[in-house]
Design a binder for this molecule. Sequence first.
Ligand code: TYD
Ligand code: MG
Length: 451
Amino acid sequence: MAKTKTTFFCQNCGSQYAKWIGKCTSCNEWNTIVEEVIQKEEKRKWKQTSTPKKNTKALKISEITFNEEDRILTKNNELDRVLGGGLVKGSMILLGGEPGIGKSTLLLQVALAISKKVLYVSGEESQNQIKMRAERLENQNSNCLILTETNTQNIFKNIEETIPDLVVIDSIQTLHTEYIDASPGSISQIRETTAELIKFAKETSTPVILVGHITKDGNIAGPKILEHMVDVVLQFEGDRNHTYRILRAQKNRFGSTSELGIYEMQSFGLREVQNPSEILISEKDESLSGTAISATLEGMRPLMIEVQALVSTAVYGTPQRSSTGYNIKRLNMLLAVLEKRAGFKLGAKDVFLNITGGISVDDPAIDLAVVSAILSSNEDEAIPQEFCFAGEIGLSGEIRPVNRVDQRILEAEKLGFKKIFISKFNKFSKKECAINVVLVSKIEDIFNTLF
Ligand code: TYD
Ligand code: MG
């Protein structure tokens, strides 16, 4: 009888060790090393009998043909855009997210909407439960096959019988292959089952979407290598208490990672939000001090985002700084600039900053709105609701140009804003627009114009 081979894996980062140790030397976590059985490979796994052994040959890049048809549209515009224009055939997509955020809902919705044959494999819910969920969703596609199975060999048997155009696996942590003796969800099982599925995807040009659980610090559970193995890593984010969900690409071999999809969770499933600016700006009757609207860009898409600031007198020795959705270091820098340029008493004020809608923004163009919101709260004077801002702030208080300003102006105009403040040095092409473009070069200018 062959000797059973075991190795020790860190359950946090996937590092492999020859013997047990208390602390993983690569991720520094304690007590995460677990012994797992790995057996000698006697592979069956995914096998396609009809494929002859191909001789691989190097080709000139000009000789390689590629047609855009190789993408399958999911009919879910937000998902298609985040993927870079639909599912690439033979690609492997990993969708991660917190429990209950809506991963299964999103994929079932895609499976029901797409006009291809889909095999939806669930290791988490029964066929009845999935049917119940499907009843709540709008589209009904009779081509969607539901399988509750966790054994990869049985899944491949079903695939061979049904020949689907798209396979959805919910979730990779529930799968196990017979060729490894470890429990489902362990590092070696995740790695092996993913490898088997990748082999299947590449050989048959069938796209596979995997659901992945995430750990408490927000990473996809399992080895880091999982993210390297797949072609696309998507994250489904959002606050469970809010209805908005954001789909981001963390890695995409076939498109940009700066695209963003926005959904709203409703009683009939996830609704695509076509015009996100409307939801990100809160409804109110009158202008309140401390809010400013920024014309930002997320990927290629313009987003109008509301920034709220509260400035109050610090009661304790050290003033408090708190920021949600905006880098706190950058906030501190802006406050220092404000002290120097606008007489803002930095040492005596608490500053709280909040980006509405639970979004976190990296676009530096939001700086100008942050500064305006802080000034507005400090002066206790409201900024009119029809004003918006797009500019980066430099260390000496100068307002710097931002990219694709025309697109921002256009979006602001479309949403009925009357004035947009941008840097004096920003080149913009559209001269006669309904919106008034105000050029500013220093923080002082903004202060004098607004208050
Ligand atoms: P689910 O897709 O099961 O989450 P995940 O697979 O990421 O763990 O999400 C379920 C949540 O969404 C659940 O809390 C209920 C809610 N929900 C709705 O609000 N409306 C719906 O139509 C559906 C199907 C779910
Ligand atoms: Mg689920």
